[in-house]
Design a protein around this ligand. Structure first.
Ligand SMILES: NC(=O)c1ccc[n+]([C@@H]2O[C@H](COP(=O)([O-])OP(=O)(O)OC[C@H]3O[C@@H](n4cnc5c(N)ncnc54)[C@H](O)[C@@H]3O)[C@@H](O)[C@H]2O)c1
Length: 329
């Protein structure tokens, strides 16, 4: 039997589609997930599809040991995800996003794991001085939330482990994902494209603040494909490196998103409001992942909007306003 690839947070929004993608690539896949958002149905489905699901917490040393046993590679997605969720309970966020990540990296080294892909975020760029010039991986990081500060800190720790004394240990790669959108097995409606589309589809008045702010976007299946690309790349091309994951042509202002959704839902009502929250404003270059790994996204935001509308019409989510579709109460 081949050695498994461990996906922490593998029953989540990106995770559930990544698990499928990796299985299709012929990998044996193991998941470590605490099913924080009640995804027992997803875990069962994964088990029926031949995935070993360790129902456990990444903070728990025994669960980590079990999940890491014999693993060839680790994709670390498990986290308290997003600015509002982290702000809600900074202690839990520190325990999961910082302490448990540190422990997982150490345990991966000790267990002889060859590669580790860390799910980082373009939120690390925060508020750019000039958001009209796309920022590259070498650009200044200016996190404006606890969530992004923790991701920046973990990137530094993880990359230092690659260059340190145990350079023969686990080889890490950090993927800074653009904001994700699109229909997932565990749907999230607390992400901009998904939320805006749902609100306008449901004929609710959409309130938008910071409409001029730039942000890059990536479809959830493309996010999964980016991870697969890294895992399949020769080690010397990815070890100890950071890649933005997305597509340079897919940076949008919130205003542009509303315009794209309005093309497909012309009746939507939108009001623009002033609010002093979430000052993230960044435009990102994705040339490196394309040039060095040949990674190209397949989906665009307008495609994703169409897909979400079709799923809403088909009542795929039951009640799309149900609390399980967001990471904050
Ligand atoms: N969705 C985005 O726009 C986006 C953008 C950039 C980076 N990311 C990163 O990608 C990763 C996955 O995000 P997502 O959008 O799939 O979110 P998600 O909340 O759907 O996935 C997180 C998963 O981790 C699990 N989890 C949470 N705490 C855990 C714990 N203590 N132990 C074990 N499992 C735990 C959850 O049950 C869930 O399945 C995260 O690390 C996130 O920071 C996401």
């Amino acid at each position: 039997m081949s050695k498994p690839t461990l996906v922490t947070g593998g029953s989540g929004y990106i995770g559930a589609l990544l698990v499928k993608e990796l299985q299709e690539a012929g990998r044996e896949v193991r998941v470590l997930d605490s099913l924080l958002h009640g995804q027992e149905d997803i875990a069962l489905e994964q088990e029926n599809n031949g995935v070993e699901v360790v129902r456990g917490d990444v903070r728990d040393a025994q669960a980590r040991t079990r999940a890491l046993a014999g693993a060839e590679a680790v994709v670390h997605l498990a986290a308290i995800v997003g600015d509002p969720a982290c702000a809600l309970d900074p202690k839990v966020s520190d325990d999961v996003n910082v302490q448990a990540t540190r422990a997982l990296v150490a345990d991966s080294n000790a267990a002889g794991v060859e590669r580790l892909v860390f799910a980082s975020t373009c939120s690390n760029y925060g508020r750019m001085a000039d958001p009209t010039v796309p920022i590259t991986e070498e650009g200044e990081l200016a996190p404006v939330s606890l969530y992004a500060e923790q991701k920046v800190g973990m990137e530094q720790l993880i990359l230092a482990s690659a260059n340190g004394a145990d350079a023969n240990g686990t080889q890490p790669t950090c993927l800074r994902f653009a904001t994700v959108y699109g229909v997932g097995r565990r749907m999230r409606f607390d992400l901009t494209v998904n939320e805006f589309t749902r609100e306008l589809w449901a004929d609710r008045e959409l309130e938008v603040f910071g409409e001029q702010f730039w942000r890059p976007y990536i479809h959830v299946r493309d996010a999964a494909r980016a991870v697969r690309t890294v895992l399949e790349a020769p080690a010397e091309k990815v070890a100890g490196k950071v890649f933005n994951a997305g597509r340079s042509g897919e940076n949008y202002r919130k205003l542009d998103l509303v315009e794209e959704i309005s093309k497909q839902i012309p009746t939507g009502k939108v009001s623009y409001v002033q609010r002093n929250e979430d000052p993230r404003d960044y435009k990102v270059s994705f040339d490196k992942i394309r040039a060095e790994l040949g990674f190209e996204t397949l989906m665009t935001v307008p495609d994703g909007i169409g897909e979400i509308i079709a799923a809403l019409k088909a009542e795929q989510f039951g009640d799309p306003f149900d609390g399980r579709y967001r990471n904050i109460p």
